[in-house]
Design a protein around this ligand. Structure first.
Ligand SMILES: O=c1ccn([C@@H]2O[C@H](COP(=O)(O)OP(=O)(O)O[C@H]3O[C@H](CO)[C@@H](O)[C@H](O)[C@H]3O)[C@@H](O)[C@H]2O)c(=O)[nH]1
Length: 452
């Protein structure tokens, strides 16, 4: 008797290339998990710098790209130089990998900051798609900086930094995403490379059309007339990934502490994975938190304080003032924290992942941006979406910190922001329902890639 073998259809293989920083690794791994769940085989290319642990992601194949970064560069905190070097040095490794896998990989999906991938893929006749991990508004404002540079108007005179940028309401010159007042050449080079990409098949965007409708329309009209855009935010909600994608260990001991706090009473403080503080800023934060009388959960990342080991500011006096009201960790399970009923506010650097994670849980924000797109996000949070307030002073002062926390956590203004944030949470949940915009764009994305 003849037996027919049941042939399992071969999965199409996609090569995903995250940029090796936490705020970029997380969205790419969520996307990888979603695509794997929807029938694709996944290879993740990662660098030696901030490399991932393949054992934590058994469904994926891993490819390690030799970034040839010097120890000095790795420890320098000079993100622009690291990115330029990675884009230069990883090219050969990716070329080798694609040459060996001709016919196997149907598409390279890369972070916008890993722009070298597009040229390499195109050289092998392989399609590529870009993942944008910031907003369309940030994209437009980066282009505005390039325009200023082309017009020889940089560095800007300090007198004009409070003025609104023409046609970019409500952004002021000081909100523009990389320092428009100092040396911009390295970041400008990176941004120029990102936006001169021409052969991508599509853009996958961690944003939602109703969050920034006119900004997305502008981008579509200017740059993406021929290629589709898939706005699929919030990417962290589309497919859960293991917490082991974290480059630092999450300290879950803060959760039992959170369980003991009253609803909406705790301000969660975290400045993401890159921002650096001076010792003085740390002290002002510490005393502002202490004097606010609110319970707080504070992430002080190792290495985030220049010239200090981290939590040595916790003096006897500070401890006596704060007692059990404060909990300090080196890295938190942030999404769980933001979803906890005790958390009523988020003091954030306004990285885009943190912003989306906060909006998704209906938590209003106290904004203190540091660099890049964070200043744009802060302006949108406080002036467009009105779900947070900005700590604006040039120098961080404990009195302003204390007043900002009180305003957000206990005053009427904060209560109204919390209501609006809760409304955002509901609208975001709608996007993720079966007929919601993000779900529909994700389905379109799967169909689009299947057609390759
Ligand atoms: O204790 C912590 C602190 C952070 N996170 C996670 O780390 C990520 C941080 O991402 P993000 O908030 O975007 O901040 P950065 O790490 O600073 O991200 C970089 O990348 C973002 C996306 O491109 C940009 O918006 C930022 O400006 C840029 O600094 C988030 O998913 C957080 O949930 C934790 O899990 N635990």
């Amino acid at each position: 008797m003849e037996t027919k073998s049941l042939e399992v259809p071969k999965r199409q293989r996609l090569l995903l290339v995250p940029c090796p920083y936490q705020g970029h690794i997380n969205p790419m791994l969520h996307l990888a998990t979603f695509l794997h769940q929807n029938g694709f085989a996944i290879t993740v290319a990662h660098t030696f710098f901030n490399s991932l642990n393949p054992h934590h992601h058994p469904d994926f194949t891993f490819l390690r790209l030799n970034d040839r970064l010097s120890d000095d560069l790795v420890t320098s905190s000079d993100v622009a130089s690291v990115l330029l070097a990675i884009n230069h040095n990883c090219r050969a490794g990716l070329e080798e990998a694609l040459a060996a896998a001709v016919g196997d990989i149907v598409c390279v999906i890369h972070d916008e900051l890993m722009y070298f991938c597009e040229a390499v893929a195109s050289g092998f006749g392989v399609r590529s798609m870009v993942v944008r991990t910031t907003t369309a508004a940030a994209c437009i404002s980066r282009l505005a900086v390039l325009q200023l540079q082309a017009e020889n108007r940089l560095p800007l005179l300090h007198g004009s930094i409070e003025d609104e940028v023409p046609n970019l309401h409500p952004l002021r010159f000081k909100d523009l995403p990389f320092s428009a007042f100092s040396e911009t050449s390295k970041m400008a080079q990176i941004i120029l490379n990102i936006y001169t990409i021409t052969t991508s098949s599509a853009v996958i965007w961690n944003t939602i059309p109703w969050l920034e409708p006119s900004e997305l329309t502008q981008i579509k009209a200017k740059f993406c007339k021929k290629v589709p855009i898939f706005p699929i935010a919030p990417i962290h909600k589309i497919s859960p990934i293991s917490s082991s994608s974290s480059l630092l260990n999450e300290d879950s001991t803060c959760l039992p502490w959170l369980h003991k706090q009253p609803p909406n009473s705790v301000i969660y403080v975290s400045l993401g994975s890159i921002a650096l503080l001076t010792n003085q800023q740390l002290l002002e934060m510490a005393w502002g938190l202490a004097n606010s009388k609110q319970p707080f959960l504070w992430v002080v990342r190792p290495g985030s304080v220049q010239g200090s080991g981290g939590t040595e500011f916790v003096s006897k006096e500070f401890q006596e003032k704060v007692g059990d009201r404060g909990c300090i960790v080196e890295w938190a399970p942030q999404k769980e924290v933001l979803g906890h009923r005790a958390v009523g506010g988020f003091w954030s650097h306004c990285g885009w992942n943190s912003t989306l994670e906060s909006l998704s849980e209906g938590v209003p924000m106290l904004c203190r941006p540091y660099s890049g797109d964070q200043k744009v996000n802060s302006r949108y949070i406080s002036c467009v979406w009105r779900v947070g307030l900005a700590l604006e002073g040039h120098e961080l002062k404990r009195k302003e910190v204390e007043m900002g926390i009180r305003k957000l956590m206990v005053e009427e203004e904060g209560r109204r922001m919390r209501e609006r944030a809760m409304d955002f949470k509901r609208r975001i949940e709608d996007c993720l329902r079966e007929d919601g915009s993000s779900s529909l764009h994700l389905k379109e994305l799967v169909d689009f890639v299947m057609s390759f």
